[in-house]
Ligand binder design. Structure first.
Ligand code: ADP
Length: 735
């Protein structure tokens, strides 16, 4: 249904209500009584439709005001009209309604009249004589109660007629006799007509001809004074007829004919009137039918309207429900948007704060990295000297007992690794560490570890047992320094936390996949053990469990470095420990074995070491100790070596001399190694330049190569590695 139509209907409803309300203006009771008199007059004038319409109007008003007398009177009047319209059933219904409302009042005259009317209807139209008599008797009872003589007289006459109709003449005459005197003295013409006619009937029945004649004649005589056609129509015409019959019986044909003629004249006259009445009645009935049709039509339209109204109500209801839901949705949406906006603003603020915090954290991290980098560089430089000199001493004292020198060299290397590791802990966390590839022998490495830690073992009266699986190849390739770091940490811990006990270090070949040999390391002690609750914590940085100052000195960094280092080897550490029974650490690392390559390296070194083609090396280094160490290593290999203190001197030297390779320190006074290299390259000198630096390779790789350097060797270095690089650079140039 279109929206405009719904709105139109709503307006229609509203105005319909107002219109109906305005129609309900009150008519005073007095005027209603007068209207009922009018209705009765219309009925007498045979204008039934007007009579009905007027009575109905009164009834509608009376019902609204709840005036029972008026309701009863109106219903009674409608009953009368309907009776005249020959609608007897409806007439009875209205009479009963009238009686019901009259019984609610104390108006006995009204009750008497209605009972009479009902009696009349049953006697004359419905031919239920007994029922009619019953109502008459009720009417008579009421009339007697209120002492209304006229009403008593009329009702008794009616009762007589009813009994006579039933052919109960003796029953009827009793009522007639008891009112005769009153009628003779005080009765109106109509009651006198009735009483004489009834006496005539009675006498005629019992063949009292003269008395009957006299009674009929009296009835006719009184008939001349009445205008009530009903009496003329019934009693008078019948009286003429009975008179004619009686005279006929008596053989007085003249009178018989006379009365018959009079009867016929009267009858004709009233028949005409009756026809007119009937015609009017038919007209009224047609009109009534028309009304009924109209009423039906109106009712039908009303029903349609009612249905459409119901529909409209449903639609309006739905519309409102949807509207409310829509409003609720809008409200929720609005709230959500507000909430989102608020959260967004908060998020933006938090984001901005986070960005600032991130920048600060990055700045701090950069500062930390720079700090660690600088410190480790500064530590590495002197350590290079210590290791270098240790190497030199070892070389000079070949064939003697060098265990102390080895321990010194190893400790220096360990310290250097530790410095590197602190630096690398950061690097590992930043995922920037690349493992070295060096050839080593696992038994040698374990012996070094064991030797190095012997003094701790002695202090705690422990014994170290090393067990190496013979299946492990001689030469492995891998980051042996970092492996040593792991072992040093674990073995030193085992020795520290065990007294008068044993520390077993074992390594066996677990399996071989492709060229990778998986070695399982196990470090077992029978010391104090680690409580179950502490076993997860010990790998955290700076965590020490149950530390006693006098027992040992440690930083709490060891295991966290170990865990990270093992992680670099793509493996993980496992722990099994019981308090006072001991601890076992276990991990597996894969190493490459390439015996051919190893041999090649060894061979090439041998060749180079015996060659007569002396290679000329220029070392650019500002640190005096490092100058000595490097020069000694190079000359040890029968290479020629010149040393200059800084970059400018190097450039100057290159103007007069040619070299096969230049070893360049990075951190130097006046100009850095990078800048020196750039200037050398600018001069068109293509001699290979290898950075020899305390920096970690990855740290400087980018700048080194972009400045024109060819390779990098991190200090401290294995001499073999240095010669490997020198040889490969010289070989490349010559090729
Ligand atoms: P540190 O040794 O400097 O204290 P670590 O990180 O190496 O630091 O070890 C952390 C803690 O783990 C030690 O303080 C010790 O309590 C415990 N721990 C490590 N190894 C052993 C072991 N073999 N036996 C008993 N406790 C150990």
């Amino acid at each position: 249904m279109p929206r405009t139509k719904i709105i139109a209907q709503l307006f229609f409803l509203f105005f319909f209500q107002i219109a109906t309300y305005s129609q309900t203006e009150r008519i005073p009771n007095k005027q209603l009584e007068e209207m009922l008199v009018d209705a009765d007059n219309y009925l007498h004038k045979l204008e039934y439709d007007k009579s009905l319409a007027t009575s109905e109007k009164v009834l509608a008003q009376a019902l609204k005001t709840g005036n029972n007398v008026l309701i009863a009177k109106a219903c009674n009047q409608i009953g009368l009209s309907l009776r005249e319209n020959s609608d007897f059933n409806k007439s009875i219904q209205f009479y009963n309604k009238a009686l019901h409302y009259a019984d609610l009042t104390s108006n006995d005259i009204l009750k008497n009249r209605i009972n009479n009317n009902i009696g009349d209807l049953y006697i004359s139209e419905k031919t239920d004589l007994d029922k009619g008599i019953l109502y008459y008797k009720k009417a008579l009872f009421i009339a007697k109660q209120i002492g209304d003589s006229i009403a008593i007289a009329h009702t008794q006459l009616d009762l007589t007629k009813a009994y006579f109709k039933k052919k109960d003449y003796t029953g009827g005459i009793h009522y007639l006799n008891s009112v005769n005197n009153f009628i003779i003295n005080k009765g109106d013409f109509e009651s006198k007509i009735s009483s004489n006619f009834l006496y005539g009937t009675y006498y005629n029945h019992f063949n009292k001809i003269d008395l009957a004649l006299a009674s009929y004649e009296k009835a006719i005589e009184y008939g001349k004074f009445t205008k009530d056609e009903r009496f003329i129509k019934n009693e008078i015409i019948l009286s003429y007829k009975e008179l004619s019959n009686i005279y006929k019986k008596k053989g007085d044909y003249k009178n018989a004919l006379l009365f018959l003629k009079l009867r016929n004249d009267l009858s004709d006259r009233y028949n005409e009137q009756e026809n007119l009445r009937k015609a009017k009645l038919i007209g009224t009935q047609i009109k009534n039918d028309d009304y009924k049709r109209q009423i039906y039509k109106i009712k039908f339209e009303k029903e349609l309207q009612r249905r459409s109204l119901r529909k409209s109500k449903i639609v309006v209801g739905l519309f409102f429900a949807i509207f409310i839901i829509f409003i609720l949705l809008l409200f929720t949406l609005f709230r959500n948007i507000n909430f989102k906006k608020k959260t967004n603003d908060e998020l933006l603020k938090v984001n901005a704060d986070l960005k600032i915090a991130k920048e600060k954290a990055e700045e701090a991290s950069l500062l930390k990295t720079q700090f660690v980098s600088t410190i480790s560089h500064e530590l590495r430089t002197p350590l290079y000297g210590i290791i270098g000199i240790a190497n030199m001493l070892l070389d000079e004292n070949k064939g003697r007992d060098n265990s102390h020198l080895n321990s010194l060299k190893f400790s220096a290397r360990y310290l250097l690794s530790l410095v590197n590791d602190i630096f690398q802990i950061n690097k590992i966390d930043d995922k920037h560490v690349i493992l070295d590839r060096l050839t080593f022998n696992i038994s040698e490495e374990l012996d070094i570890v064991s030797n190095c830690l012997q003094y701790i073992a002695n202090k705690n009266e422990n014994s170290i047992f090393i067990d190496v699986d013979p299946a492990i190849p001689e030469n492995l390739i891998g980051d042996k320094l970092r492996l040593s770091q792991i072992l040093m940490n674990l073995v030193s811990n085992a020795l520290k936390f065990t007294k008068n006990g044993e520390v077993n270090v074992s390594v066996h070949l677990k399996n071989v996949v492709d060229k990778l040999h998986y070695l399982e390391f196990q470090i077992r002690d029978n010391g104090v053990g680690i409580a179950k609750s502490d076993q997860d914590k010990i790998y955290d940085k700076f965590v020490q469990v149950g530390r006693k100052e006098e027992d040992y000195h440690g930083t709490g960094l060891g295991l966290s470095i170990v865990k990270r280092l093992i992680g670099l080897f793509n493996s993980e550490i496992h722990l099994a420990s019981q308090i006072n029974k001991g601890t076992t650490f276990r991990f597996t690392i894969a190493f490459e074995v390439d015996s051919i390559k190893t041999e090649e390296i060894i061979n090439s070194i041998e060749v180079d070491m015996t060659t007569n083609n002396t290679i000329k090396v220029l070392v650019v280094e500002d640190n005096k100790i490092n100058q000595i160490v490097t020069k000694k290593i190079i000359e040890k290999n029968n290479y020629k070596c010149d040393v200059v203190n800084d970059g400018l001197l190097a450039i100057k030297k290159l103007e007069t001399e040619t070299y096969d390779v230049i070893l360049m320190d990075i951190n130097m006074p006046i100009i850095s190694g990078f800048e020196t290299t750039r200037r050398i390259r600018k001069k068109g000198i293509t001699t290979p330049i290898v950075a020899l630096t305390a920096f970690v390779k990855e740290e400087i790789a980018e700048e080194a190569f972009s400045s024109g350097m060819n390779d990098i060797v991190s200090k401290p270095f294995e001499p073999i590695k240095l010669f490997q690089i020198i040889n490969s650079q010289v070989y490349k140039t010559k090729a």
